[in-house]
Unconditional design. Structure first.
Length: 383
């Protein structure tokens, strides 16, 4: 910085004076004769065009230097932001509850499914206190999301149904699947733009629930077992990933039919899925150790191998800046992927064997559950 502001202008002025003197033949050959302040003053006094030439020349060069400096500062700030270390903080929840999925609640709190205890938990991240709500005998909740009504909605494999918890009264409402269905191994849910909840069942099903009528419809998944993660794009399209089937699929919201989309890598084990702001669909490839992306507009596929020797990408979430976040069981780390640079950065989790199975978020924060340590993590992304 000192070179730019001090040394460069000094050398520039000296060089300029030298050129003016040489142009006016103030020197004989390469040897300067009598270069003094008085000589400069007298010469400038008789030729006023020379100072203007000097000032114009210096001004152009200084503008150029300032432009370069501003560019360097912007570039440095951009890369510093991209390389900034996120702040990862862990919050202990009751031992033995094994939190599985999370969802943002009001006032910085976090909803989480306590799968082992059959409860919905609520963590206050400011006080570190937790509240647990029993969901019913035999409950084993898997996924949780917050619906358009502001309430947490849960896919409960133990109860074989969808559960709604009133965020104010904490009353629990169960929407059971038809008894003829059998065990569906309910996994994850998402709401479409019409307020209909779509869900997956690993036993080979996906379905929908209309909260206004309580009607549930089930559909047999292509290739049988496997439906896992599910999400809705900004446009309103619903996609799910099949772990056992190794595909992603788009659901026709009117007919309920699913169109299979096969990623380039066979038997990749597509697990969780999430869209970005432009509607591109990102998904984890559990078996292949890759991050996958499908662009429905161009019908383009891309895949990237995660860093490390044996990566196992599980959870995925795309934040409000279109940065992709993943959990990697293979390295016990959180992984950040910048699509514009196609660059991974890995951040080890504080606790060993954390097993982060799902991610969600809100502006400036990524939320996750460490099922292996009975902890909730909150990652500050704006550091």
């Amino acid at each position: 910085m000192w070179v730019v502001f001090h040394l460069y202008p000094t050398l520039l002025i000296q060089d300029t004076f030298h050129n003016i003197i040489r142009d006016k033949k103030w020197i004989n050959g390469s040897r300067i004769k009598g270069l003094t302040t008085k000589l400069l003053y007298d010469k400038w006094k008789t030729n006023m065009s020379q100072p203007m030439k000097l000032y114009s020349f210096m001004f152009r060069h200084l503008i150029l230097m300032w432009s370069i400096l501003v560019f360097m500062m912007i570039q440095q700030a951009y890369f510093a932001q991209g390389n900034a270390l996120p702040l990862i903080k862990e919050y202990q929840v009751p031992p033995g509850t094994h939190p599985h999925d999370v969802a943002p609640a009001e006032n910085g709190s976090v909803w989480y499914t306590a799968q082992a205890s059959g409860e919905l938990g609520l963590l206050d991240s400011f006080t570190n206190k937790t509240l647990h709500i029993a969901l019913g005998q035999g409950s084993a909740p898997h996924g949780v999301i917050v619906g358009p009504d502001g309430a947490p909605w849960i896919t409960d494999g133990g109860l074989n149904g969808i559960v709604r918890v009133d965020p104010n009264t904490k009353n629990v409402t169960l929407f059971p699947l038809p008894k003829t269905t059998g065990y569906t191994n309910l996994n994850t849910a998402t709401f479409d733009k019409n307020g209909v909840l779509w869900f997956t069942g690993q036993s080979g099903f996906y379905g929908r629930l209309d909260p206004r009528t309580g009607t549930i419809e089930l559909f047999n998944a292509p290739r049988g077992q496997g439906p896992y993660g599910i999400s809705t794009t900004p446009k309103g399209d619903v996609y799910f990933a099949s772990l056992a089937g190794s595909y992603i699929a788009q659901i026709n919201l009117e007919t309920g039919n699913a169109t299979v989309l096969d990623p380039p890598t066979k038997e990749q084990g597509a697990r969780r899925i999430w869209p970005d702001s432009s509607g591109r669909v990102w998904f984890t490839e559990w078996n292949a150790g890759k991050l996958g992306m499908y662009n429905p507009v161009t019908d383009e596929w891309k895949e990237w191998k995660l860093p490390g020797q044996k990566p196992q990408p599980y959870a995925i979430f795309v934040d409000d800046k279109d940065i992709v976040w993943l959990s990697d069981f293979g390295s016990n780390a959180m992984v950040r992927f910048d699509p514009s640079l196609e660059k991974f950065q890995s951040f080890p989790l504080p606790s060993p064997e954390a097993k982060v199975r799902q991610l969600l978020g809100r502006a400036g924060e990524i939320l996750g559950a460490e099922s292996g340590t009975d902890k909730i993590i909150i990652i500050q992304t704006n550091n």
